[in-house]
Design a protein around this ligand. Sequence first.
Ligand code: ATP
Length: 256
Amino acid sequence: MPLLEVRNMTHFFGGLRAVYNYNVTIEPGQIRGLIGPNGAGKSTVFNLITGIYTPTEGDILLEGQPIQGLRPDQISSRGLGRTFQNLRLWRHMTVLEHVMLARYSKLDYGLVGAFFGTAKRNREEARTRQIAMDLLKMMGIADQADQVVTNLPYGTQRRVELARALATAPRLLLLDEPTAGMNPGEALQMMEIIRQVHRELGLAIFLIEHRMKVVMDLCEIIQTLNFGEVIAEGTPEEIRNHPEVIDAYLGKEVLF
Ligand SMILES: Nc1ncnc2c1ncn2[C@@H]1O[C@H](COP(=O)(O)OP(=O)(O)OP(=O)(O)O)[C@@H](O)[C@H]1O
């Protein structure tokens, strides 16, 4: 069974057709890319899948179960994690607190446990801290666990955001422009981290990215959107040589 299946999804913002008859099937462990010009509808596709918007039409199935109409937190707890194009971090929290807080949504010690500090709660706290620290190690930022995020360089903040998304143990991770705003060196490091996350955690990844090197190197299959519609889907080689994609998009894009 596919991990995610989106069928004939259409979305209007008032009179604007942002996404039209969109389909995608993501298998467990697959890495897929979504590219297209500014305003093509890429972030809207992610916002529809993650429950920020409810599609005007269509079906979204996660492991065979319909998820359209559920709240973002309900969809997240079913195994779908994401990061955003613009960072959404809390100004006064430390790196470790960000990741631990996300992990708490997975915890189950009930209200009584939360008030009275049961042994189970203490065990779970220790385990949460351990998982969060392991993720920070994977991101290469464990030594900055106690830093307040706003004091850290932008590239590091993006790693915190990725660690936070991974803290809920998703089976599918949606990354909205993971290298946006980074210099080429930071972007290369982020690419290696994504590769490592995929290899070590074995989850499926769906990513939006403008940097062609990142998409072409990481993804097995790439879709191209233009005016809300998929104009091409294929391997990096097929996409690179697709006349409509070159015309609509690649001719104008940053190679790195
Ligand atoms: N909340 C909204 N209300 C109204 N229109 C919106 C909303 N969000 C997006 N749009 C419009 O929908 C279209 C698709 O936008 P979207 O942000 O999905 O594109 P995108 O491919 O992610 O672009 P970019 O690469 O610039 O991030 C655009 O015309 C945009 O202006």
